[in-house]
Ligand binder design. Structure first.
Ligand code: SAM
Length: 223
């Protein structure tokens, strides 16, 4: 499914979110930068489920040229688009639940709109924990259900009725854009995911609701 929507993915992302997705990624980078104690010998940053690489590139731009940033995704077509944008970065085809890196390899792990797709969220959290060095930062940006009273129902209508039709029509893959609202509805609410992060041994766990709660940024630190 992700291979199929890759050619229109960036265009639709910006169109369907009115480009707010760019702002959410910038917020993610800023949160990582604030929590990260970068040293001379710092380990790299990994963007899991990197897709076409927009968060990977935002991390590289926001953290500085000296910081090594890698992107991993299981869709070869998404990755080839990422690679075309920045051939100098490291891109890897891999499952986010079984990443081929040694324990403690990364100073930070970030993921945008990908975590929701993992087959097992708790297994995803423990894989991220394994890959982080002590003091390492995890940042999970996800689509969420809005919390604002009047905007909520209007957005819900847009998200469940308008967006799947528009996305399906432009991409030519209606099932992929029907999957989007259904995957958000099965995803745990922010307080629940925060509990799971604490149970996975992350500390300083918090979440920030963005744009009236239509996206949430989850943060934590591996002690
Ligand atoms: C909605 S896109 C998000 C892409 C990108 N992170 C962004 O900010 O736009 C979700 C991505 O997650 C990837 N993905 C889903 N499940 C995955 C898994 N188990 N392992 C690796 N990548 C996965 C898909 O291939 C797709 O590129």
């Amino acid at each position: 499914m992700f291979d199929e929507i890759a050619p229109t993915y960036d265009r639709l992302n910006h169109l369907l979110s009115l480009s707010v997705d760019r702002y959410w990624r910038r917020r993610t980078v800023r949160a990582v930068r604030q929590r990260l104690a970068l040293r001379q010998d710092s380990r790299p940053i990994l963007d899991v489920c990197c897709g076409t690489g927009d968060l990977t590139l935002a991390l590289r731009a926001g953290l500085g040229e000296g910081v090594e940033v890698l992107g991993a995704d299981f869709s070869g077509v998404m990755l080839s688009r990422a690679q075309a944008k920045a051939p100098e970065l490291g891109w890897l085809q891999a499952d986010g639940l079984h990443l081929p890196f040694a324990d403690g390899s990364f100073a930070a792990i970030a993921t945008a709109f990908g975590f929701r797709n993992l087959a097992d969220y708790r297994a995803g959290l423990s894989e991220f924990w394994r890959l982080l060095q002590p003091g390492g930062v995890v940042a999970i940006l996800e689509v969420a259900r809005p919390t604002v009273p009047v905007l909520g129902p209007l957005y819900q209508f847009y998200f469940e009725r308008v967006l799947p039709r528009l996305g399906g029509w432009i991409s030519g893959h209606p099932e992929a854009y029907r999957y989007l609202p259904s995957s958000v509805s099965r995803f745990p609410a922010p307080p629940e995911l925060a509990v799971w992060m604490r149970e996975a041994q992350f500390r300083a766990v918090e979440y920030q609701r963005l744009s009236g709660g239509i996206a949430t940024l989850h943060l934590g630190i591996r002690p």
